[in-house]
Ligand binder design. Structure first.
Ligand SMILES: [Zn+2]
Length: 426
């Protein structure tokens, strides 16, 4: 007797099968047509995927768009200034309310694991306290991993170092940083070394905002990979953004990528934000500002798409849908072959789970029973349609349902409803 059976869905690899769930675990992936269950969900012909995973978000800033004003220039630097103004007026209850509203959106979209940076440049550590509370509140349906992020610079802000240590002592999971925002390249490199040493001492992972600039000479990723190797942190370190690599000299990149691969440093581009914030100082031609995704993947480097922002000082758009993120990434990185489109879907599920170090993730016997049923036939169609999530299961429990939302046509001689599904790919 199963608690829940998902019947007849199509897995991302194309297999059509049933999934049996007991308590919070997947206990069978096979034909279960004669098995009994307390609850059965018919997913025949629909895509059944492991949950979406976001490796880069700012939950302390989300849904604050317009408070206290909007970002007029659209640049990263004005966004950081604006966030500083918001920090002056925000309260812990207000941060929690915004974060929990976002988590509702995420749950309804099947986004069940999120790595969020949390600003530690605040002597009150108000955002840290709020998000630690939110992490506990949502733990039955969303795995929230927090990164101690000295937004104003580890050395540039006089109390950032001390406050970052305090945040880690309070239970924040991952060491963050922003070397390209320090006052000098030397200070940036010094911050990378200090943060990696801190992670090594405490046995933590590292995820730095790294080289989020169009300046081809911003090369902190080199120091990050070097320190990762020196300190034995392989497989525990990620560089977020890496947009400067878009503009770097090709010879230099040919030397950099093998170092990243040896150090097993992962990359987290955030295509919605990178295409919006980068290139703002260019006339024409205007750079895309996305890092070298396919080139890194060809070297065996893990690259996962991140969301970064939804309606905050840096970005006025966003829904929390990782399929929007992958859709933009697919376009900007020109990942248009069938194999590359499949890879884009993998980047917002399995690759991101690996970057976060999630144990028990995936559609396999013994894994945590978390999954999402999409109104699409396969991963490529899911990217094209970014469709309704018909059902979301988190740790064995159905947490969200949505009815199929076909349009009703009123056209003589044509069908009376339309779904826009069309399986050209598998
Ligand atoms: Zn960020």
């Amino acid at each position: 007797m199963f608690d829940l059976i998902i019947k007849g869905g199509t897995l991302p690899d194309g297999r059509s099968t049933d999934i049996g769930i007991k308590a919070d675990k997947i206990t069978a992936i096979e034909d279960l047509s004669t098995a009994e269950a307390r609850e059965t969900i018919d997913a025949s012909g629909d895509l059944v995927s492991p949950p979406f995973v976001d490796p880069h978000f700012h939950m302390d800033a989300t849904l604050s768009y317009g408070t206290p004003r909007i970002n007029a220039s659209g640049t990263l630097l004005e966004g950081i200034g604006l966030w500083g103004e918001l920090k002056e007026v925000m309260t812990q209850d207000e941060v929690k309310a915004r974060a929990l509203e976002y988590c509702d959106w995420a749950a309804s979209l099947g986004l069940l694991a999120i790595r969020s940076h949390v600003d530690t440049c605040d002597d009150r550590l108000l955002g840290v306290e709020a998000l630690l509370d939110v992490r506990e509140t949502v733990k039955d349906y969303i795995d929230l991993q927090l990164v101690a992020f000295p937004q104003d610079g580890l050395y540039r802000d006089p109390t950032a170092h001390e406050n970052t240590l305090r945040a880690l002592d309070m239970g924040v999971d991952v060491v963050g940083g922003i070397p390209h925002f320090e006052r000098t390249m030397a200070d940036g490199a010094r911050s990378v070394t200090a943060l990696c040493e801190l992670a090594a001492e405490r046995g933590l992972m590292v995820d730095l905002h790294c080289d989020e600039t169009d300046d081809p000479h911003s090369r902190h990723i080199e120091t990050l990979a070097y320190e990762t190797q020196r300190l034995g942190l392989q497989g525990r370190v990620a560089g977020s953004h890496l947009t400067s690599m878009h503009s770097m000299d090709n010879y230099y990149v040919s030397k950099l990528l093998p170092l990243m691969a040896e150090a097993e440093v992962a990359a987290i581009p955030n295509p919605l934000i990178n295409i919006t914030l980068q290139g703002r100082h260019d006339t024409y031609p205007k750079r895309r500002g996305l890092t070298r995704v396919k080139e890194m993947q060809a070297m065996g480097i893990d690259v996962g798409w991140g969301q970064d922002c939804v309606m905050d000082p840096w970005y006025s758009m966003g829904t929390g849908d990782m399929l929007d993120v992958a859709f933009m990434g697919l376009h900007v990185a020109q990942m248009t072959s069938p194999e590359e489109m499949h890879r884009c879907f993998d980047m917002v599920t399995n690759v991101n789970a690996r970057i976060l170090g999630l144990q028990d993730y995936g559609l396999r016997v013994g894994a945590t029973a978390s999954l999402v049923v999409l109104d699409a036939g396969n991963p490529i169609e899911a990217l094209r349609l970014r469709p309704d999530r018909l059902c979301v299961v988190a740790k064995g429990r159905v947490i969200s349902r949505q009815s199929r939302n076909d349009a009703r046509l009123n056209l003589p001689g044509r069908p009376d409803s339309v779904r826009r599904r069309h399986s050209a790919h598998s």
